[in-house]
Design a protein around this ligand. Structure first.
Ligand SMILES: C=CC1=C(C)c2cc3[nH]c(cc4nc(cc5[nH]c(cc1n2)c(C)c5CCC(=O)O)C(CCC(=O)O)=C4C)c(C)c3C=C
Ligand SMILES: [Fe+2]
Ligand SMILES: [Fe+2]
Length: 362
């Protein structure tokens, strides 16, 4: 018989943790310095040897960049006014996504949210889930494409948060979801719906992904291939061509070569090549943030017009749109929570083999 005393443990439900990159706590130089300190010390983000990188980071970057970045953050901080809270857009939207996924998955799972850098931290989320009795936690990094700097860094962040625990939960991680046909559909439909609100038609639609140093890809990071494949799948879904749906990479940082073609350079060149009307969508970002709202919707827009472009639009990220939330809930149910929810069948156990199979071909 199950115990019904006050000391009984809470019912064991799995936890589902949505993790995105993170933002400063406020759009100020002080808060941005604290955030960049944590972010830019992650060796998955900057792989330069520490004795070389730390002096550059402490004496140059953390003295100059926080004020500049804080100004950029201030320009977009209030962007999502339909979601309450005083955090930046990325954090607020991710919270709304977690709430939307919770609503769709119901009471059999506890959905929470964390940021790889800054707040709400992964450590605090792990503690909250533990306090609610979760001994099984599924982690959904909110990046459609895998990159060491983002997805693998979330794995590291979770492991780090549990390093000092005696009792560690069972864990599952999602590696990527760029090739899920439902994701491509939601993304493609979001473009079609956005274009339908305009009184003009773009000559070219650019899919702009966050950049990565070329050297990371050369060392084996699959990110570039996954971005290119996302655009290929989208092109097939929308019936577009290589000319009308192009791939570029934005957000360069530092003097090294990053993935190309660069978004800003492409936009600068387009008007002189006869491309005067452009739509930019950002299929690598699950939520609007500094990189989409400021770098693309403000900066890239200005750049394009300064170089002779006539019409420019930035397609909103999927954010907390009902179609995106439906997809995320289905994705979590099928690829992370299978066998953990009462109404899903446990994974079939492999039949014991009678004879070991030969590895050689017959
Ligand atoms: C310096 C190296 C960086 C690598 C490598 C990098 C990879 C990378 N980043 C994202 C997603 C986001 N990055 C965001 C902001 C941001 N990125 C870097 C640097 C690198 N990113 C910096 C320094 C910043 C901070 C802002 C600034 O000072 O310019 C954001 C937005 C965060 C927000 O608060 O809105 C996102 C999202 C991906 C997907 C990626 C690798 C594939
Ligand atoms: Fe350092
Ligand atoms: Fe970044």
């Amino acid at each position: 018989m199950p115990k019904t005393t006050d000391t009984a443990k809470p019912a064991e439900k799995p936890g589902l943790l949505l993790v995105n990159l993170g933002s400063p706590d406020a759009p100020t130089a002080k808060a941005t310095r604290k955030y960049l300190f944590q972010f830019l010390h992650d060796w998955r983000v900057i792989d330069t040897t520490r004795w070389l990188w730390c002096p550059i980071l402490h004496f140059i970057i953390l003295r100059i960049r926080p004020a500049k970045s804080a100004k950029a953050y201030a320009s977009i901080w209030g962007h999502v006014d339909d979601i309450p809270g005083d955090e930046g857009p990325l954090v607020r939207i991710t919270r709304a996504q977690a709430q939307g996924v919770q609503d769709r998955l119901g009471d059999d799972v506890i959905v929470d949210v964390a940021m790889r850098y800054g707040n709400p931290s992964i450590g605090d989320a792990m503690d909250r889930l533990k306090a609610q009795g979760c001994t099984r936690i599924a982690v959904l990094p909110m990046y459609p494409q895998f990159a060491g700097a983002t997805t693998a860094s979330v794995y590291d962040g979770v492991a780090k948060a549990l390093m000092k625990r005696m009792d560690v939960p069972e864990l599952r991680f999602l590696r990527h979801y760029y090739d899920d046909p439902r994701f491509i559909k939601v993304l493609g439909d979001s473009l079609t719906e956005h274009l339908a609100t305009l009184d003009w038609t773009p000559d070219v639609v650019m899919t702009s992904y966050h950049g990565l140093p070329q050297s990371y890809v050369d060392k084996g990071d699959p990110y570039q291939g996954e971005c290119i494949e996302t655009t290929n799948l989208l092109r097939d879904y929308l019936g577009m061509t290589e000319q009308t749906l192009q791939t570029t990479f934005q957000s360069r940082f530092g003097p090294k070569a990053w993935l190309q073609p660069y978004t800003d350079k492409t936009l600068e060149a387009m008007p002189s090549e006869g491309v005067k009307k452009v739509a930019v969508m950002m299929p690598g970002f699950s939520a609007d943030c500094l990189e989409t709202l400021e770098e693309i919707a403000i900066e890239a827009h200005e750049t394009f017009e300064e170089h002779g472009g006539e019409k420019f639009t930035a397609v909103p990220c999927l954010n907390h749109s009902p179609a995106h939330l439906d997809f995320l809930a289905d994705l979590a149910r099928e690829r992370l929570l299978h066998g953990w929810l009462p109404d899903t069948k446990p994974a079939k156990k492999a039949k014991p083999r009678t004879k070991p199979k030969s590895r050689a071909r017959a």
